[in-house]
Ligand binder design. Structure first.
Ligand code: FES
Ligand SMILES: [Fe+2]
Length: 454
């Protein structure tokens, strides 16, 4: 059996926070202490302006997916705040990114997603660049005197990929993406995320700060309150967290109940709760999955659920036999600073991205949904469906809908005069990691965070 709590060699985290269960056992009667964070970081226009000036231009950010830029001539615009990049697949097949600006008078060069481009041409006065960023044409060029073509190449943006995820960094001299992601790449290697294809990308506008939104996907402390049905099928006390510099990871085992639940749920209750939460994955009716199948001698409902999942996916042509039962039933959650949550099951990849809105009290939440293909699948990538929906109309299944619903009223409390600091437990260490990174990028020294990371 694979011990999923082990971290692969070469991926040593900066901190191994362990599990809630192990921390409780280790601490005995020792004092445990929360850490507090200034609330104004979530509400202040001045703080947002500092993020705009010092953080967003210097961090690696998810811009799009390989599926959206798979063919020469594909281009996708990526916006975060006032920054805009265009990611382009060149005629030579290379993936490049540029600041999305016409160097004549500053018009945006590319809006939305484009296909079949042979050049990047501004629609204003029709200045034009090759897909590799070299200046191609200036209409009525003699009126501009002698212009140095090299000086008018499009300003480059660094680009890198992790599996199907395309990242950009507006700082062309930034550390490589591989270094930024640290041990997360090796940690996730067994999951083969390169075999995922993006099916759709949904954007919703959320009435909350981008950090309020991202924080909601950076801890599992809220499972007891917001997702109580998950406790029947998820061992939250065994949730194992590690931190690298820019990435926090939580490894969560499903198909077993939380020890918090007393009395221990029956096999039938676990079967029904798993079907309710994961009906599509296991091919069962979420409201009436029927009786739990006979459990073989020496096995548990955990193995029966894993077999059901394996069988349901096999019926769709997806071979998951290289994954152990433990791997199949595990959710790995990677929180990449500042605003990305990568949720990986062996059969399913979901990625959430929170981008700042027009003021600190709003943001855009983008949800990317992926399907796995078998290794070696050479079928062409299809363009993902891209839609914008009102928050009330977006639905992503029981658990994410509960998360989204909470975000409707997660921000207003942060403005109350009697609330000046958030109080964070060691269990919520991925949120703390975000704030320590924020402080580094914003040049706050010494730290404003009271206390140290666990
Ligand atoms: S602003 Fe683009 S050609 Fe004039
Ligand atoms: Fe949640």
């Amino acid at each position: 059996m694979t011990d999923l709590a082990e971290t692969p060699a070469g991926a040593a985290p900066l901190r191994d926070v362990g599990t809630i269960r192990s921390r409780a056992e280790a601490s005995g009667s020792g004092e445990r202490r929360p850490i507090t964070i200034p609330a104004e970081r979530y509400t202040s226009p001045e703080w947002a302006a500092r993020e705009d000036a010092l953080m967003w231009p210097r961090v690696w950010q998810l811009a799009t997916t390989l599926d959206a830029v798979s063919e020469p001539g594909d281009a996708v615009e990526f916006r975060v705040g006032n920054l805009s990049a265009v990611v382009v697949r060149g005629a030579d097949g290379a993936l490049r990114a540029f600041q999305n600006v016409c160097l004549h008078r500053g018009n945006v060069l590319c809006s939305g997603s484009r296909e079949g481009l042979t050049e990047l041409r501004c629609e204003y006065h029709r200045w034009c660049w090759n897909l590799d960023g070299a200046l191609k044409e200036i209409p009525s060029r003699r009126d501009f005197g002698v212009i140095d073509n090299d000086a008018y190449a499009l300003p480059p943006v660094a680009v890198g990929t992790w599996g199907p995820l395309v990242f950009v960094n507006f700082d062309a001299d930034a550390m490589p993406l591989e270094e930024y992601l640290g041990g997360a790449i090796a940690d996730a290697a067994h999951l083969g995320i390169e075999d995922f294809r993006c099916r759709f990308e949904v954007t919703v506008k959320v009435p909350a700060n981008w950090k309020t939104t991202a924080d909601g996907f950076s801890e599992t402390y809220h499972v007891q309150g917001l997702h109580p049905e998950l406790l029947t099928i998820y061992d939250d006390l065994g949730d194992h967290q590690v931190l690298w510099e820019h990435v926090g990871r939580s490894r969560q085992l499903y198909g077993v109940p939380s020890p918090r639940i007393r009395p221990t749920p029956s096999d039938q209750q676990i079967w029904e709760a798993f079907a309710q939460v994961y009906s599509t994955r296991v091919g069962l009716d979420g409201t009436d999955p029927g009786p739990v199948p006979e459990i073989p001698e020496g096995a548990t409902v955990f193995e029966v659920l894993a077999a059901q999942l394996r069988r349901a996916k096999a019926e769709q042509g997806l071979d998951l036999d290289r994954f152990s039962d433990e791997e199949l039933m595990t959710l790995d959650q990677y929180n990449v600073f500042p605003n990305i949550t990568v949720l990986v099951h062996p059969d399913l990849l979901s990625v959430l991205r929170a981008r700042p809105g027009a003021n600190p009290d709003e943001c855009y939440l983008d949800a990317f949904q992926f399907d796995r293909v078998n290794p070696g699948d050479t079928s062409p990538r299809a363009k993902p469906l891209k839609v914008e929906l009102p928050l009330d109309e977006a639905s992503f299944g029981l658990v994410l809908d509960q998360d989204f619903s909470l975000l409707r009223h997660a921000q207003i409390g942060l403005h109350q005069p009697g609330f000046t600091r958030l109080t964070i437990a060691p269990e919520e260490c991925r949120i703390l990691n975000t704030h320590l990174n924020l402080e580094r990028y914003l040049g706050i020294s010494p730290s404003e965070i009271e206390g140290d990371l666990p």
